[in-house]
Design a protein around this ligand. Structure first.
Ligand code: G6P
Ligand code: MG
Length: 214
C-alpha cells in the first residue's frame, strides 16, 4: 500500500528543467563547448557541481576549484534571472488536484530535489506548505542517482521506503528512486526513462487511481 508520494521538483511540478537547460547551455557556449537538449538529459537531476564537471568533461577540460565556483555562481545568477517571474501560475496543470486527492486519502506528500533553489521555487509556486517533508540539495552529500535525498525524504515523512512512490523526470532520479527501494514513476519519454515502472507524458496524466493500483 502507498503511504507517501515523493516528488522531484524541476521538470515534474514546474518547467524549471527548461530554465536549467538554458542556463547551462549559455555557460557551455561561452566556454566553447557544445550542449544540446539531448546532452541535457544526462544532467537532469544532477547537482550543480556534477553538472558543471560533466560539461567540462565533454571538452576534456578541468578547472581549479575557484574557477568552478565562479562558473557555478554565474550559471546560478542566470538561472535566478530566468525564474524571477515565477508565480503560482507556473505550477504544472494537474499538480494541485493530485495533491488534494493525496491529502484526502491520507497519503503523505514529500519533495526530493537536487536543487539548492528548491525551497524558493516551491514558495514561488505557492505550494511550500503542502509538503509534509522537503529534502533538497542543501540537506544531502550525495547527488542523484544516489538514493540519499529520497531516503531522507522517506525518513522525514516517517514512511518505510517500500510504501513510497517516487516521481521523476530524470534518468538519474529514476535510478535514485529504484536504489532507495521505492517504486519509480517517470514523467517524460518511456524510451529515456526506461527504468521507471510507468511513464506519463506529463504529471497531469498521473492519476491517484493509477497509483492505488500499483
Ligand atoms: C535539479 C535539476 C538540475 C539542476 C540541479 C541543481 O536536479 O534537475 O537541472 O542542475 O537541480 O540545481 P541548483 O538550483 O542547485 O543549481
Ligand atoms: Mg527533475
Amino acid at each position: 500500500t502507498i503511504k507517501a508520494v515523493i516528488f522531484d521538483l524541476d521538470g515534474v511540478l514546474t518547467d524549471t528543467a527548461h530554465y536549467h537547460f538554458q542556463a547551462w547551455q549559455a555557460l557551455a557556449h561561452e566556454l566553447g563547448i557544445s550542449f544540446t537538449e539531448q546532452d541535457n538529459e544526462q544532467l537532469k537531476g544532477v547537482d550543480r557541481l556534477g553538472s558543471l564537471r560533466w560539461i567540462l568533461q565533454q571538452a576534456q577540460r578541468q578547472l581549479s576549484p575557484e574557477e568552478e565556483t565562479r562558473l557555478m555562481q554565474q550559471k546560478n545568477a542566470h538561472y535566478l534571472e530566468l525564474i524571477a517571474h515565477m508565480s503560482p501560475a507556473d505550477l504544472f496543470a494537474g499538480v494541485q488536484p493530485l495533491f488534494t486527492e493525496l491529502r484526502q486519502h491520507g497519503i503523505k506528500i514529500g519533495l526530493a530535489s537536487a536543487s539548492k533553489n528548491a525551497a524558493m521555487v516551491v514558495e514561488r509556486l505557492g505550494i511550500a506548505n503542502q509538503f509534509d517533508y522537503i529534502a533538497d540539495a542543501n540537506d544531502v552529500v550525495n547527488s542523484k542517482p544516489d538514493p540519499e535525498v529520497f531516503l531522507l525524504a522517506a525518513t522525514g515523512l516517517g514512511v518505510a521506503t517500500t510504501h513510497c512512490i517516487g516521481v521523476e523526470d530524470a534518468v538519474a532520479g529514476v535510478e535514485a528512486i529504484n536504489a532507495a527501494g521505492m517504486t519509480a514513476i517517470g514523467i517524460g519519454e518511456p524510451s529515456v526513462l526506461n527504468r521507471a515502472i510507468k511513464v506519463y507524458p506529463s504529471i497531469q496524466k498521473l492519476k491517484l487511481t493509477d497509483l492505488l493500483k500499483l
